[in-house]
Design a protein around this ligand. Sequence first.
Ligand code: CRA
Length: 839
Amino acid sequence: QTVPDPRLVCPPVRVEDDRTGLNIETLKRAFLDNLFYIQGKFPDIATQNDYYMALAYTVRDRLLKRWLKTAQTYTEQGSRTVCYLSAEFLLGPHLGKNLINLGIYDDVQQAMEELGLDLETLLEQEEEPGLGNGGLGRLAACYLDSMATLEIPSIGYGIRYEYGIFEQDIRDGWQIERSDKWLRSGYPWEVPRPEWSVPVKIGGHTEQYTDERGRFRVRWVPHHVVMGVPHDTPLLGYQVNTANTLRLWRAEAAESFDFDAFNSGDYVGAVHEKMVSENISKVLYPNDNISQGKELRLLQQIFFVSCSLQDMIRIMEGQKIPLEKFHEKFVVQMNDTHPAIAVAELMRLLIDDHCMTWDQAWGITTRTFAYTNHTLLPEALERWPIALFKKLLPRHLELIYEINQRFLDDVRIRYPEQPQMLSQMSIIDESGERYVRMAHLACVGSMAINGVAALHTELLKQGVLHDFYEMYPKKFNNKTNGVTPRRFMVLSNPRLSRAITERIGPNWVKHLDELKKLESYVDDPNFRQEFRQIKFDIKQELATYIQQNYGVAINPNSLFDIQAKRIHEYKRQHLNALYIVTLYNRIKANPNIEITPRTFLFGGKAAPGYYTAKLIIKLINAIGDVVNRDPDVRDRLKVLFLKDYSVKFAQRIYPAADLSEQISTAGKEASGTGNMKFAMNGALTIGTLDGANIEIREEVGEENFFLFGMTADEVYARKAQGYNPYDYYQSNSELKLAIDRIASGFFSHGDRKLFQPLLDTLMHRDDYMLFADYQAYIDCQDYVGQVFQDVDRWTRMTILNVARMGKFSSDRAIRDYCEDFWKISPVPIEIEEYSPEAI
Ligand code: CRA
């Protein structure tokens, strides 16, 4: 290592008290200063958004000292670093989380109050960066929070979409989409770093040549080049000095590229090029668990992957670490196959740009990457037509062919008598039109492969990735998902958090297993009473919100039964709807029937092109419109679809739930993470033996979980026998009544055609086996209703659920990744206490 020029060694950071001080007077002064100098406003003309921005900048200033110290420490120590590659990061709002992590929430609240402002109102101003669809993107965000909190050096790499997940509105019961302009009023949390922009090549062809040392080389002559400009966001851990970086790439035209067209007078042509380049980071594909196979999506993938890998090489060069040590400096985690092209791209960079031999490059590559699989659904498995691949990434295709040839040689040696293994395992699907199978590329190029819950990992090993499991059993492991208790308990449910801390102290926030200590309060009448009161107050607040925003009165004493997640047939929101119709039918048959009053709440977006999912939204709204105003119901049932579900809104929903609906067909939900967030906030779960539900039930105890339905094995067995949903329809009178009522046009102003496509699928195919699980679900729901009446029993169950959720902290998941195959240990960040007198 060379000694740096002493004149350039950064002295300890010394900045004014106003930029770092944490006491109330300083916070107020800094806030007013930012209102004046950054927003350029005086109080008379300032909007709530100006106040929000002034406060956000005040908080950002306080992050910067920690962020720069973190970066400096990692640079000096050349720390081993996790790079988390993800096409999605569903962060949610920053302000509240940063206040919590800095430990200044209450002081800032008071500071704002002393200035005549309300912190809650300011927090509401923040537009969240919705750069993800659902669980996968939110998981990435939880993991970044845990890595910072555990002081693990890490960089999140992704795409800075100009438009995130669409805004959902409901018109006449139907979902309509509006573009999400999250950047419209300015985004104070990021710092653009144009000086670290990198070029990404697209299209063109390759040429072979012999270099000056007589080596055989390949040169890629691209059709054009796009620039990636990094935009960095600091992510501070909880009560530590570590602030790691989320680096999102924005696509820009390579300015100098089309000078020819420009000079020859084709200004429009030159600008067109610019537009096409910038399209790459324009919009997030709004599909959850569905791969559409669009060209622009492949461009997004190579774009952010290439930028990120080039950035890692730049970092190594800056730290003067030789490139041969790439796998010692970095571990690169691929969040599903969206970044799997990284395997070929790293090979290309090492061989073509850095002159390594194949074996050396492959040795590094296969020690660097790890792959997380998030789904078994066939429609989500990514494969790209060879022709498209060749057009956009001619060099990568050559490299993939070579990787595949060498891999298939190994397969041949391993299975000399089984030639079918070659076509089954090949990275190239040649069964019809030829495709590149991204999951196969990811498996071959990674040192570790994991599923996201115990069942899911088992099913991967038995099913989709079975051949790879046989060939590389040691690569496979399970990492059950987790969620951050900072956002989903401390921030979203401050009252519950305070009640917990009063009993067991504050350590649970970082060591969620300590919630176990709450078990000794399960029979304490004061604690029970307080627990119930908190839930009631939050439900009442949500009721007020619903009254104001939807004009529907709901009873805070009723059972709040909530299903909030993406709308998908496998998640079976329509099974939930069938129970509602069943209850309604019972009331119509006997208006005086005893039933537990319930409020059914739904939230979630449907992919804009997923017609059936959109029809399910329409069905829920249609049922709600009838049920909510039928006088026979006498307010015992209310059904509401809450629009535009987001991280911000989810934070309000989880604490208000009594019952959490986790009712996917067994074997279909890889893990689920909403299931964890609900249970941590004292909701009980009604669920199938699917994904992480199984482990939640194991932890909280089977007596504290409402289980129903077929197991994954039973689902496969029933399918194999030949499943006929129509038999269930004919033989189950309540099911028949429910279906017939929908079919009759009762919920659709007499229109019998409206829901027919949905009902036809159910009666004749029912891929997700709603009918087979219907009776078990109905019985279980009826039982839930009875248990809810027993207030003491219910309260006891909810306390035990909260107390036993320790396993589902994302801190536990990250510790497992670190110990198992990341092989990374914490790097604490020391900050000398700043004191103004020292200047
Ligand atoms: N849609 C799974 O379906 C899982 C998350 C995070 C999903 C969820 O069950 O909790 O990932 N899969 O692991 C996915 O996106 C591409 O696959 C999801 O969010």
